[in-house]
Write a protein that binds this ligand. Structure first.
Ligand code: AMP
Length: 281
């Protein structure tokens, strides 16, 4: 696997591959890789001749400096995992390489960014969109792979691609979970042993919402889950929302949307975890 840290080297590699008629798949990450990330690499492998990835902890998408500072960095191990998973090239730039000057662009994602992550992490999605646009410009991939674990992020990226007219196919991939249901996340390694034991509660609540929804009003299910979190000593709930899976706006009744998703963000101590599940009443 080729490991590069300069944009020019990525471009020359991609040019070579494109001239040889190869189809390029791309998986952007922030490192601290786990099986969830690798599932995107495997998916990219299935549909492309060349699989590329990036590892970049993007400072402009962190609204909390402590979170950025504590973000796990495990580069050597990440490279080993990527290589074993069949990645052909990984780009690991430093901040100066990506942002030689201050970035000023502001996207307007309308209502997509006023709810959930957008509401609680101001500026987060603008930072995500800027870095993904920049990476798409560098890699010019035919396909790019993102996890549904970050459901709202996927919607934002699809919208950014539309706004910018980028000729890339954005592919959403299912969330990989630990055996006990906890969504795999780079942040899980920051959980204490006890927190780790309680963490699957998040997924249990999503499952419970799914079980209750067919026969219970959306508003009641919402309140029930919010109360459950309030009564759990290990969690501080930031939001739990039952939404239209396309517009991401909260719904009042199941008839308000063809596809429904429940999304949650909760703190365990200082660690912020998110998860979501499609509701299939
Ligand atoms: P991150 O490194 O957290 O920015 O994630 C990089 C990509 O991996 C994003 O598209 C995430 O949605 C995806 N991802 C993270 N966790 C998982 C998971 N448990 N299952 C599938 N994809 C994931």
């Amino acid at each position: 696997m080729l490991v590069v840290s300069h944009i020019a080297d990525v471009k020359s590699y991609i040019n070579q591959q494109r001239s040889a008629g190869k189809k390029i798949g791309f998986v952007p990450t922030m490192g601290a890789l786990h099986e969830g990330h690798l599932s995107l690499i495997y998916e990219a492998r299935k549909h492309n001749d060349i699989v590329t990835a990036s590892i970049f902890v993007n400072p402009i998408q962190f609204n909390n400096p402590g979170d950025l500072e504590k973000y796990p960095r495990t580069e050597e191990n990440d490279c080993r995992m990527l290589e074993q998973a069949g990645c052909d090239m990984v780009f690991i730039p430093n901040v100066k390489e990506m942002y030689p000057e201050e970035v000023k662009k502001t996207y307007d994602f309308g209502n997509l960014e006023t709810v959930m992550e957008g509401q609680f992490r101001p500026g987060h999605f603008n930072g995500v969109a800027i870095v993904v646009k920049k990476l798409f410009d560098i890699f010019t991939p035919h396909q790019a792979f993102f996890g549904q674990k970050d459901f709202q992020q996927l919607a934002i990226i699809r919208r950014m691609v539309e706004l910018e007219n980028i000729p890339v196919e954005v592919i959403g991939c299912p969330t990989l979970r630990e055996i006990d249901g906890l969504a795999m996340s780079s942040r899980n390694i920051r959980l204490s042993e006890n927190q780790r034991k309680s963490a699957p509660f998040i997924f249990k609540m999503l499952e419970l919402a799914n079980q209750l929804l067919p026969e219970t009003e959306v508003i009641e299910v919402h309140q029930h889950i919010v109360d459950k979190f309030a009564n759990h000593p290990d969690f501080e709930l930031e939001y739990f929302e039952i939404c239209n899976a396309i517009t991401l706006q909260p719904i009042k009744s199941l008839n308000d949307a063809e596809e429904v998703v429940a999304c949650v963000a909760a703190y365990m101590g200082e660690v912020r975890l998110i998860d979501n599940r499609m509701m299939k009443p």
